[in-house]
Design a protein around this ligand. Sequence first.
Ligand code: PEP
Ligand code: MN
Length: 288
Amino acid sequence: MASGGPQQVLRAIGDRTIRVRLGHGLEIGGGDFVVIAGPCALESTEQVEAATTAVKKAGAHALRGGAFKPRTSPYAFQGLGEVGLKLIADSGRRLHLPVVSEVMDASQLPLMLDYVDVLQIGARNMQNFALLRAVSKVRRPVVLKRGFGSTIEEWLLAAEYLLDGGNDQVVLCERGIRSFDNTLRNTLDLAGMAWVKERTKLPVIVDPSHSTGVRTLVTPMSLAAAAAGADGLLVEVHPAPEAAMCDGPQALTPEMFGLLMATLPGVLHATGRKMAHPEPLAAVGGSR
Ligand code: PEP
Ligand code: MN
């Protein structure tokens, strides 16, 4: 494991589970399952409202949505920036749900802290050590995605930057790695997730969206993640995936997300667990 020393030198290793406080009274790491859902990118007032209302109605515990998008092509939609952050922060307030969004650069931190409950460090930035150091100094929980070319050791050492700098509110997120096979967008390393879950004290979640790239695989991989002991999911949902500006093929429709949320409790029950409190919530502005 960690170069030059036994595993125990890592702050992330150990039995004592760290509970990460995501905001609005929601915790992850205590055993109950947390679902964070929303669109890949925040696109417009209408899209954000439709997506966030739908996931809340289905029982999501927290909202996701990118305002700063790390895109392979500079010509692709780069995100709405602060306008997007305002939209998702408004939804979070309206729906009483914590908000997760990606910080791409340390210079964006002051702005992000004004709007989001949880910072996301993306796969492409997992080894941006200046960003890790900067985020280690703020009092805000972090979802740290595994780099798609990163070993588990490198992932845990990235987490170590956050812990060593003073921020132990770290949630690890397995989001798929690149393998020799490019049939799917990535290869979901579910066994790696379970290994990390067994050996570290940090909560570990799974992103079934980027790890597959295929909408129909998102539900089965989500259920598999729940059965394998993940602490939760980070899942992309779009009110009209065919019109999405980013990652449409992997976005669940609100109907598919509703079905997933209805199926998860049975799988969790079978493995002695349950959904996080609050339980899937009753209606937002009407009956379900
Ligand atoms: C995302 O969650 O929207 C994202 C860009 O993910 P990743 O960093 O895993 O590619
Ligand atoms: Mn995406």
